[in-house]
Design a protein around this ligand. Structure first.
Ligand SMILES: *[C@@H]1O[C@H](CO)[C@@H](O)[C@H](O)[C@H]1NC(C)=O
Ligand SMILES: *[C@@H]1O[C@H](CO)[C@@H](O)[C@H](O)[C@H]1NC(C)=O
Length: 113
């Protein structure tokens, strides 16, 4: 069975910070059930916090995790979230994907300066 993932960006930015580019990859990915999946959310600037959400069709985004400390790793069953040491990038890793993992995953970064 082939599972379809899509990854998108939700960019939350506080009003006084100038526009920053957030790169997320990959945008769409089809993988075989049982394979691992990794998505990145990278930026050229530092985040004070970074959140990952999951959104299912017809539903609102559901918060999966909030990362605030550089180098932080959080695990939820087969999902591992990691915040880069410099707080400029984050990854979502899914081990041994199952059909129920199919969905839209969003990352949102907040900056405060
Ligand atoms: C995002 O950052 C990670 C960790 O630094 C790096 O391995 C990855 O290649 C980067 N991805 C992109 C698209 O820049
Ligand atoms: C999948 O991820 C797990 C845990 O991160 C790792 O132990 C395993 O070697 C990975 N498998 C593949 C095929 O990359």
């Amino acid at each position: 069975m082939v599972l379809k993932f899509s990854v998108s960006i939700l960019w939350i930015q506080l009003a006084w910070v100038s526009t920053q580019q957030l790169e997320q990859s990959p945008w769409f990915l089809s993988i075989q059930e049982g394979e691992n999946f990794t998505a990145y959310c990278n930026s050229s600037s530092v985040f004070t916090s970074l959140q990952w959400y999951r959104q299912d069709p017809g539903e609102g985004p559901v918060l999966l995790v909030r990362l605030v400390t550089g180098g932080e790793v959080k695990k939820q069953k087969r999902l591992t979230f990691q915040f880069g040491d410099a707080r400029k990038d984050s990854s979502l890793h899914i081990t041994a994907t199952q059909p129920g993992d199919t969905g839209l995953y969003l990352c949102a970064g907040a900056q405060c300066s």
